[in-house]
Design a protein around this ligand. Sequence first.
Ligand code: DHB
Ligand code: FE
Length: 286
Amino acid sequence: MARITASVYTSHVPAIGAAMDLGKTAEPYWQKVFTGYEFGKRWIAENTPDVIFLVYNDHATAFSLEVIPTFAIGTAAEYAVADEGWGPRPVPKVVGHPELASHIAQSVIQDDFDLTIVNKMDVDHGLTVPLSLMFGERDPKAGAWPCPVIPFAVNVVQYPVPSGRRCFMLGKAIRKAVESFDQPLNVQIWGTGGMSHQLQGPRAGLINKDWDNRFLDRLIEDPAGLAQVPHIEYVREAGSEGIELVMWLIARGAMDEDRRPVVRQRFYHVPASNTAVGHLILENPS
Ligand code: DHB
Ligand code: FE
């Protein structure tokens, strides 16, 4: 059987990708951000999974206002890196895991969660920046990322967005799906996006450090309680783009239910571009 061994949580700020791609990581502003990921890079080198199930949001790149799937699972063999206006990021293409992805789709849909099946899609900064943060700079010509990735896109851009509660329940269904796969795969689930930020309107630039840190506390200690927080609180307290944080509840819901996770890394920093950066690594006890 396959097993989820750990979950990784991180913001996906596009300017972080640009800082890496343009060789600015040693600049003092960016260095403060990247120090929070030094542990993660060492950790993932020692704990490279067989597959990453990567929960992220598309930013009107693969999906437009014409089609808005609430939850979309990538079942393709590979995904091209999207051109978001400055050309595709110079990172490897993403190799998928169609067999496990199809199995998860089958199991989760039969468990009453409606997923959109995506056989062709380009992946944007929501997916590639977390990979860059954890795996470091990768030459696109040198081949693929260190392991296959199943992209799982959540609509947190166009209302109505899914509730934290639904995301948490979906995480549990994903765990059940992974555990019923008949190959002994080590699977990590990553929850990405957030933390507090608002990119638009009179409150643009909003950051709420207290709320963010309470979110991190509760994600670790009380995820079921945190899952009850209504979406309007995310928007009010963490800004219009802070709603991206519901995706972290999918990853947390997929962790073991009755055992406290081991906290391997916790990092919080303001600012990076317009957002607060948060990062956690939680392992299931072995
Ligand atoms: C920024 C943050 C995001 O989450 C995003 O998707 C786009 C831009 C920003 O900080 O500028
Ligand atoms: Fe975003």
